[in-house]
Design a protein around this ligand. Sequence first.
Ligand code: EPZ
Length: 443
Amino acid sequence: MDCFRIQGGRPLAGTVTASGSKNAALPLLAASLLLEGPTRFRRLPDLQDIRTMLELLQGLGARLSREDGGGGELEAASAAMGGDGGLEVTCPAAGPTDAPYEIVRRMRASVAVLGPLLARRGRARVSLPGGCVIGVRPIDLHLKGLAALGATIQVRHGVVEAEAPRGGLVGGQVYLASRWGSTVLGTANVMMAATLARGRSVIDAAAQEPEIQALGEFLNRCGARIRGAGGPRIEIEGVEELHGDEVEIPADRIETGTLLLAAAATRGEVRVEGCIPRELAVLIDLFERSEVPCERGPDWLQVSPWQRRPRALDVTTRPYPGFPTDLQAQWLAFCTLCEGLALVSDTVYPDRFMHVAELNRLGAAIRREGGLAMIVGPTPLSGAPVLASDLRASAALVIAGLAASGETVVRRVYHLDRGYERLEAKIGALGGLVRRELDEDGA
Ligand code: EPZ
C-alpha cells in the first residue's frame, strides 16, 4: 500500500499535458465487444481502472496486442499499458458472457459490458455493482433501457442475468432520467446495445456528458447509425454488424480541472496542454468570477497567480454542462483558501463528502448537512497525515496538502491510482514536492 508524502506551501509552476480520459476510455473499451475485428486504442491512460477493464475483456475472450509488440498476444492486461498507449483489442463474436463479481466489485464501470454482450452474444451475466463510499449507485435505469430493447432481465443472488430475444434485440424507446438528471454509463449501455438491435431506438433524457458524444462518434465510425449522442435525445438505427476502427482517447476533463485547481490553490502558474477547454467552461467561469486569472487556447488552459485572494463561490453539482460532481471535492479543497463563505452541494451523490473530515484535519472549516457542505475561508492549512477514501477525495487531499504549510501524508493512494496517471510525476514536474512511499500502516 502506498502513500504520498507532500511538502506543501510551494506554488506550482510549469506546463503539463493532460492524459486520456478514464471515463471516456472505459465505455470505449467495452464497445470493442460489439465489433468484428481489431480496434486500436491510442492515448489510453495507464490507470488501475483501465487495467481492470482490460482484465475483464480478456476474461470475455478479448485478445490484446501492443502496436509495437510485434503483434504477439499479451498475456496480462498490465503488459498492455505504458508506451504511447497504442493497444489493439479484438473481441470474437462468440465467447464467455459472465462478468464476475470479483472484477465488478472493484470497478462499477464493469457494468458497461452488459449492453455490448447482450447485443453481440445474446446474453450476459453481470454481478450487480455494490455501492461505494460516494453513494448507492444503482443500475435500475440500465436494466430499464435494455428491457426496452426486448431483453429479459432477472436479478438473482446479486447477479443480473440478461437474455436477448431469439432473433436478437429489437429497437425500442426509453426515458432514462434519474432523480438528478440521467445516467452516464446507463446511456452508454443502452446506446451500445441499440446499435445492433433490429430497427430504431430512441433514448430520451440521455446523459449529455462528452464521454457519450465520444462513444457515439466512435461507434458511427465503426458503422453504427447514431444521431444526437451528447444531446438529450439519441436516435439509433440498428445495423447487422460493426467493424473495428481506431480511436484516440480524448483528454481527461476531470484531471485537467484537478490540475488547474491545484495551481489556483497554491497560487501558482500552470498551463495544462492537450486538453479540451470547452468541456471545462463551468470551471473557467468560476475562476473568472472568483478572480483567479485563467487563459484559454484551442487546446490548453492556464491558471496564473491571483493578485487578490479569490472569493469563495457556491457550487451545486449538475449533469454536464453543469459543475461536475467529479470536481466537487477538489473545489472544496480550493475553497479553503478563498475569502468568505461557500455552500457546496452535491445533487448527484449527496454522500460524496468523505473528504470533509480529512480537510478539516488539515485546518479547514467545513460543516456538513446532508448533501450540502458549508465552508468558511480562508483558513491556514497545516500539514498532517490524512486518509484517502475514494478517487476524487484523494485528489482533494493532495491539493490541500500542496497548499498546506509543512508535511502532509496522504494514505491509501491506491484510490488515486484508479483515475490519475502518474499524478506525483506531473506535480513534481510543476515543482510540487510529492514523494510516493510504501506505507505499511496505511491499511
Ligand atoms: C459516471 O458514473 C462516472 N464514471 C462517474 O465518475 C461520475 O461521477 C458519474 O458518471 C456522474 O457524472 C464513469 O464514467 C466510469 P451515473 P456512472 O449512472 O455512469 C443515479 C469518477 O470519479 N442512477 O451517471 O456510474 C445514481 O444514483 C467517477 O471518475 C440511478 O438512479 O454514474 C447517481 O445519483 C465516480 N439509476 C446518478 O444517477 C441508474 O441506473 C449518477 O449515476 C444509474 C444511475
